[in-house]
Design a protein around this ligand. Sequence first.
Ligand SMILES: [Fe+2]
Ligand SMILES: [Fe+2]
Length: 334
Amino acid sequence: MSSTRSIAHGQRTGYASLEAGRLSFESFPMRLFTKGNARHWNPADIDFSQDARDVAAMTDEERWLTSALAAQFLAGEESVTQDLQPFIAAMAAEGRLADEMYLTQFLYEEAKHTESFRRWFDAVGMTDDLHEFVDFNDAYTQIFAQELPACLHALHDDPSPANQVRASVTYNHVVEGALALTGYFGWSQVCASRGILPGMQRVVKLIGDDERRHMAWGTFTCRRHVAADDALWTVVNDRLEELFAPAVGVIANTFDHFGDENPPFGISVDEMTEYAADRLNRRLGTIESARGADLLSIDTDADPERLEETFHAEDQAALQQVAASDDAPAIAQA
Ligand SMILES: [Fe+2]
Ligand SMILES: [Fe+2]
């Protein structure tokens, strides 16, 4: 921002919303904000009664995998709810009111995601302590209890572009993009092929819609920093390299539970890993395309949003194929 007026917390010398043209509804974060406001949903409205019957009818192995995935998502949503807050302060320090406003919605959505999974466990009758489904997974602990909070909270002391890029790659591209969205996709395939867990299917669809905006914001944030300073492209790649092994470990450790046996529901770990790598590479391509680009054009360029919509269309097509290839009962997915 070229303004000399500061909106940093505790250092206010003016108001971004009062300045001519500074809060633009054409800017990338304000477009995401407007879109999210129009797509509000309430976790308490979702009916999990059929899910309770479906879980009760599962084999032990199916119930273990379903519980482990849901518990890892629940704890993951709690983590991202807590760890986004330093990024909001970093946007104020940089004078970016539109990003700060968008991140308040983003944070609210993560809190709703946490609520959704907790409501699901309560509805299916799993009200005892669930730590056994995450404690065994060292890679999970490394990502969610160490890497994620460390690099997000580093923004408190130093909200520099390099730290923002490290935080965004960790939060948006590894945790949300590589772990959460891949898990949601794998899971919705399972549900669609078997015609089970309609409440969870609804949750996954609504959360996926929110996550696409979150991912788009992460890609946008990395693009504007890389466009401003080409050296930050190396920071993107270095951070991804650091997190690659633990990210794969989160998935691999979970499926190790089944030893040499095939995991239930016909899930293919290789397929999920390939899906994650494909999406990660294509998002990286969009960040790379910002190298040397004009900063003003980055602020309104819809590329990151378009990419997430393309991914969504591809997921929908794949899900329809899965649902059509088995004799799955029709499940309302609207
Ligand atoms: Fe989330
Ligand atoms: Fe998210």
